[in-house]
Every structure is written in C-alpha cells, then in structure tokens.
Design a protein around this ligand. Structure first.
Ligand SMILES: [Fe+2]
Length: 280
C-alpha cells in the first residue's frame, strides 16, 4: 500500500554481463542478487545496461528478474548493442527493433522511450553514448584522432557496426533524454527526478588517472559530460545513477540556486553483480 509520507525507493543495478558459461557473471550470481533486491522490496528496479552480448544472453539476464512483483525498467549498454554475427543481428537492428521488443515482451519498461512514474518521483533513463567530452582535460587530440585511437583501446570499435559516429549517436540519444526529462519536469505531480544512464554523465562519476595516458584517452569512451550539463540544468533532478566503468562512485554535486544532486556509479564487476537503492 502506498504511503505518501514514505520515500520512494528504487533499486538500480548495471553491468551484469550475464554469461551462462560462468566466465563473466554466472546466472546464479545474478539470481542471488535479484533475491537480495526482492528482500528489500523497493518500489521499482532499474537495469542500467550491459546485460549481455547476443539476444539469447540478453534474454537470459532479463529472465532472472521475471518474478519481481514491482515495475522493472531497462536501458541497454554498449555491450548489448554489439553486432551479433551468429544471430545475424546488426547493432542498428538490435538497438532499434530487437532489444526494445525483447524488453517489452518480458513485461518490462523500455526507458529509452517512456518514463517511469512512482508517486512524486519520475525515473528518466537512457543508455547515453560517449561523445569524447570526458577525455582527460590534458589530452589535446582531435575528434578524428580520438575515433582512430578507439581501435586500440575499446572493443566497441570493432563490435558496433551502425553508421553513426560516436558524437552523432550521442546527440541522438541526448535529444531523446532531454525531451523525456522535460516531460517529467513538466508534470506538477513530479517533484523529484532520478536520471539513470549506462554511460556516466558527470565529472564526479569518472576516474582520472593522470599518469596513465591510455586511461586518459579511454575516458573519451567512458562518459558524456555534454549530456550531464543538460541534466544538471533541470532543477527537479535529485539523483544520477550510471554504470559502464565498473568503478563504484558516490557523492553529491552542488548546484547554484538548485538542490544538490546525488551521483552514483554502480560498483558491479565481472562475477560480482551489485545494486544500489536510491530513496527520494
Ligand atoms: Fe558499458
């Protein structure tokens, strides 16, 4: 029974990397985490991307959440849209048709399309794509050089086969996120917004290792600070939770003339799925 004086509690997990062979994260490890989440009885659960590569694996990960009684929202991560040569699916087909259909058929919410409303709270989600804005400030590389470097530093370079450049795709996802954010903020019933993304969007969520040049460049593929600035401009945003880096982070960002925003990166790693609970 809803009690308006109680906070809304939302569990968020990410980077599950479901793998029936057990090499990455085994089904039993994910099921055990889902049982823990169920015991906490949150108002909703969000899966924030990198469920697993390939349709069957992605579906297998979703199935671990099938018995939860509360709403489950899903966003994808970069691994989920890796082209699937065995299944014959391109990244574009996975992104535009297959994965949204699989999520909806499982009875879950495709957050890339619609917001989740829980009393005074709206959950607004997007995979978010990196646009190179998060590269370490000391690195003076052109956009073309960063795109070329990706071949040496990040498997997305060979696994993603859609026709967009990274900055192009980042702007497409950003436009959708900004539109859904405005829709949520425009509702009088909504006082607090939780933004969930796969790719981190705030400087505070990133890890800087100035003495490690490869890491300094790899940050170009770990975040999108341009989208983050737009999210922080919305006063009703109270919390941002992301995944992707596998490096847990938590804290608070101050804003001028608006309430602070709490930020988190879910601390999952291969073989060690984690979740956080956000209360609003
Ligand atoms: Fe990722």
């Amino acid at each position: 029974m809803d009690n308006p004086s109680q906070p809304v509690r939302i569990a968020i997990t990410a980077d599950l990397h479901y793998d029936p062979t057990g090499y990455l994260t085994s089904p039993s490890q994910i099921t055990a985490m889902v049982e823990q989440i169920a015991a906490e009885a949150p108002d909703a659960v969000i899966i924030a991307g990198d469920l697993g590569h390939g349709r069957a694996v992605f579906e297998g990960c979703l199935a671990c959440f099938a018995d939860l009684p509360m709403p489950v929202g899903v966003i994808t991560g970069n691994h989920d849209v890796w082209s699937d040569r065995k299944g014959g699916y391109s990244s574009l087909v996975l992104w535009k048709q297959l994965l949204p259909g699989v999520v909806k058929d499982a009875g879950f919410l495709w957050l890339e399309e619609e917001n989740l409303y829980l009393r005074h709270v709206a959950v607004v989600g997007s995979m978010v794509w990196y646009d190179y804005s998060a590269i370490d400030p000391g690195m003076s590389l052109s956009v073309g050089e960063i795109a070329t470097q990706k071949m040496n530093l990040n498997n997305d370079a060979i696994k993603i086969d859609w026709p967009y450049t990274d900055p192009e795709f980042a702007r497409i996802l950003e436009a959708g996120l900004v539109e859904r954010l405005a829709r949520a903020a425009g509702s009088d019933a909504v006082t607090d917004i939780l933004v969930v993304t796969h790719v981190p969007i705030l400087e505070e969520q990133l890890v800087r290792k100035p003495s490690y040049p490869q890491w300094a460049i790899s940050n170009a593929y770990f975040g999108n600070l341009t989208t983050g600035h737009k999210v922080l401009a919305e006063p009703k945003v109270r919390a941002v939770v992301s995944g992707h880096t596998h490096v847990g982070q938590h804290g608070s960002v101050r804003r001028v003339n608006s309430r602070p925003v709490s930020y988190t990166v879910v601390d999952s790693d291969y073989g060690r799925p984690e979740y956080v609970i956000v209360e609003l």
